[in-house]
Design a protein around this ligand. Structure first.
Ligand code: GLN
Length: 244
């Protein structure tokens, strides 16, 4: 059975609202596709070599954790950038997503340097952006809705129109609560404010990552999963958000 390794970056520091569940979802779906998926936990003390991974995942964290982790990653930014450019699948949620930009300014004015991989920055303001969120996006040329939950003080602003948001906000706040953009998509990387069970509630996104992983290894998936239940869950949440 073909084996894949997903790096779970700093699970002890960056794991809010059950973000880790996304990995369980990927692992289970990969098993259903007949693939073997190992999750490798990466800690701050690890000597990182990203090229051994088929995908990178990092959940959200508070400002304190964001600061610690960013210091560790800054020394490896070049390596990470090259792999993202080559199409490495990656999912960065909330605080982890913010880290991909040039800086994060906390509410007390303290500035945490970001990795500067993408032209955007984030500034924390009073009043957290909390609640359910519904966005519209296009994955592999197909329009789809994505449902989730967000909770962030940071407002993210793109500073170069060259980067593409993950989608358009239909309900909720997204990147900054103003311009109706949410997250970022670049090649096989997604950065998003959507916490918790993002992939279980949006199997299209889970398959986006799985197909990218298999494509990179030249493997063709010859099965289609029965997502009847997942689709019902998605629709239920979507209708609930629309009715809020
Ligand atoms: N520091 C961030 C913010 O509040 C990230 C929080 C999170 O990951 N939920 O904007």
């Amino acid at each position: 059975m073909e084996k894949f390794i997903i790096a779970h970056m700093y699970p002890d520091l960056m794991n809010l609202y059950g973000d880790r569940g996304n990995l369980l979802c990927l692992q289970k779906r990969m098993e259903w596709y007949g693939l073997n998926c190992e999750i490798k936990n990466i800690s701050l003390h690890e000597d990182l070599e990203f090229s051994q991974f088929d995908m990178i995942f990092m959940g959200g964290g508070s400002d304190r954790e964001q600061n610690l982790v960013c210091g560790h990653l800054l020394k490896r930014t070049d390596q990470l950038m090259k792999l993202i450019e080559s199409g490495l699948p990656a999912l960065f949620i909330c605080g982890a997503y913010q880290m991909l930009g040039s800086y994060y300014k906390a509410q007390d004015g303290n500035v945490i340097d970001g990795l500067g991989i993408f032209p955007f920055h984030t500034e924390c303001r009073q009043g957290r952006l909390i609640g359910n969120i519904l966005i519209e996006t296009e994955i592999n040329g197909r329009k789809t809705s994505v449902v989730g939950f967000e909770n962030h003080g940071g407002r993210t602003y793109f500073t170069d129109p060259i980067i593409k948001s993950l989608g358009k906000v239909i309900k909720g706040y997204g990147n900054n609560g103003e311009d109706k953009t949410e997250g970022l998509i670049y090649k096989n990387l997604i950065g998003t404010y959507l916490h918790g069970p993002l992939l279980p509630k949006n199997p299209v996104l889970a398959d986006f990552f799985i197909h990218n992983m298999t494509d990179r290894k030249g493997i063709k998936l010859n099965r289609v999963l029965d997502d009847t239940i997942e689709k019902i869950a998605h629709e239920q949440v979507k209708n609930k958000i629309l009715a809020e």
